[in-house]
Design a protein around this ligand. Structure first.
Ligand SMILES: C=C(C)CCOP(=O)(O)OP(=O)(O)O
Ligand SMILES: [Mg+2]
Ligand SMILES: [Mn+2]
Length: 175
């Protein structure tokens, strides 16, 4: 795997490029994106990561995540990655960004400036087994309690950004 991530400072200024593994071993801040797809009942489509992912294998998380590619429009990368991971085609819209740092076991550290995108689709996923092993819909009324009762089953970044996702949805509705 020779995938280059975009290193940034906390103001999202590009600093350079680094390969995926060294970037996650050193905990250098880099760009990422997290996609949240909802169905028409406003349930969130969760992805269960494949067991053999480099980190957070087997954990439940938002619909699709990856890292932007240097020189490629992030909307193009999102489209490709949503297709590759979940077999889905869906328009997505930028919502907000957040920074987090989390140790994920086996020496890997996620330290990301993560851009969050929302989309709506009733399309059923067709999973790529090297990326995802299961999917399910869950209402945002039920997800916080599910995380509270089994925190070990969910990704670090989902737990960190979920309150912001819920506030953003409320804000979008009242706008
Ligand atoms: C929010 C996060 C964790 C971005 C990285 O996502 P992945 O770990 O799923 O990255 P890919 O292997 O799919 O590129
Ligand atoms: Mg991914
Ligand atoms: Mn990362």
């Amino acid at each position: 795997m020779n995938e280059l991530l975009i290193l940034v400072d906390e103001h999202d200024n590009e600093i350079g490029l680094m390969e995926k593994m060294p970037a996650h071993l050193s905990g250098r801040l880099h760009r990422a994106f997290s996609v949240f797809i909802f169905n028409s009942k406003e349930e969130l489509l969760l992805q269960q990561r494949a067991d053999n992912k480099y980190h957070s294998g087997g954990l439940w998380t938002n619909t699709c995540c990856s890292h932007p590619i240097d020189g490629e429009d992030i909307n193009v990368t999102i489209k490709k990655r949503l297709k590759e991971e979940m077999g889905m085609e869906c328009e997505t819209e930028y919502q907000f960004s957040f920074v987090y740092k989390a140790s994920l076991g086996n020496g890997l550290i996620e330290h990301e400036l993560d851009r969050v995108f929302f989309g709506t689709s009733d399309e059923k996923p067709v999973l790529n087994p090297s990326e995802a092993k299961d999917w399910k819909y869950i209402s945002l009324d039920d997800l916080p309690a599910a995380i509270k009762s089994h925190p070990e089953d969910f990704s670090a970044w989902l737990k960190i950004c979920l309150p912001k996702v819920i506030s953003k949805i409320k804000e979008n509705k009242s706008a």
